[in-house]
Write a protein of this length. Sequence first.
Length: 471
Amino acid sequence: GACLTLFWLMRYDYGGKESFCFGLDEFWDPRTGAPGSGHYSGHGTESPHPEHEETATSTEWRKRRKFFAECDWPALQKVIIDSGLLLSKDGKHDEDRTLAMLVLLAIHDIMKLTDLQPVVDKGTFIGYKAGEVISDHDVALSFVLTRVPEVLPSFAGLNQKQQESIKFTHCKLEYNMGWLVQAEAPPGALLRTFRKVVIKGKVPASDIAFYFVHWLTDLAGAEPFPLEGSEKFVLKFPRRILEQFIYSFSFIENLSGEATETQIVEDYLEKRWRTDVWGPAPRGSNSIAKMRIACMAQQETDVAINQFNELTPADQMVLGEELALTGCRGQQYERDSLEGTESHRKGPAFLVYYAPALLQKAGKKDPRGALAALAEVLRRARELWPLSTKDVDKSVTIRIDALKEMDIPSILKAEAGAHFVLTKTSSVEAMVKLKPVEDFKGLDWKLNQVLNFASCRKGSLKRRRTQIDEF
């Protein structure tokens, strides 16, 4: 499936689009967009597969045709060209580069076979000591590619440039694409490791694009029926999210230049605002918070921003400051640097895991309540991790798994005799838990904070700004 997807994307003007969306017929030629309309190749017979003996108005075929008609194909082709796989829009390809991608697709998961997992021969390797079996399949493959590449002839036969591209694509970048497109994470947590690897290895933008092409094709290959087209994307993956992923690729490619993690994220937020909200991006107090909330809310963007303006000053202050922390030493957002606030050049920054889910689920019926709940979580997290200049380069993950599927009335009315508590589980993580009140006497209150959602909209304005707000 991954290899076919790569082939289709590289030949999208030569039946690739049709194959990607509608699959292949019994002759392995691209189907067209409607049953009974013949084939791209002109064989003139319809697919014998019963799942395709459908009326032209069926839900599946409507989805396939809609994807075919509305997908941003030029954007997909741009990623292929940026990666160096295609040399131009007319379909000419780089043979060495294409071979490297095919090799990567063939070998990237082989270390999931435990019998193949290597033993560290000497010294250490990414935390594994001499004599230890490398059980992490990604680290295991990196070990082989680095120390004994000759055991994989397909890789060893590539030129050095292509080998380096594969090593970069396969190394642990700690990059979560969803954290960017949903503005879930601060710049430090999102891009620090990625940028460090890029700078250390002097990685070109083409290798970053190569990484994204591999991500696309690998995900497409997760579906076990490649002859039915790229069903993962066409039928099952939200097209809006896919488009946002593809849109984000070009921003991350800038890591090979001089842009910092925060500059890349701010540039992305600004352009997303212009695309989704249709207007000049905000500047000054609360601007980054509004831009991140707009990305988190997805379809409810306008409503979420309007409801942010209806929050109490105290909740606006919490969201405005906490969501504008970068987790990167010496880096501030240009449009909201937090200068004049207690948070200026301090940390740690917080990554609220599942904050987008909270705003999309609970926020659908009560966006103001969802934002107030998020503010309360951040407020209590700050009690567990007080602001400090020494922690400015640090990010902490706050997991709200317990809240992500709940609506606001359910959050406000927890189970009888229980209450939501934010518990510090390590130096870099905390988790929301529903605890029986009877257990409170045994809690270490240096590690726990009660979440008072019922009163989270109450408070007084403590924030004082020196700059002039422009929005």
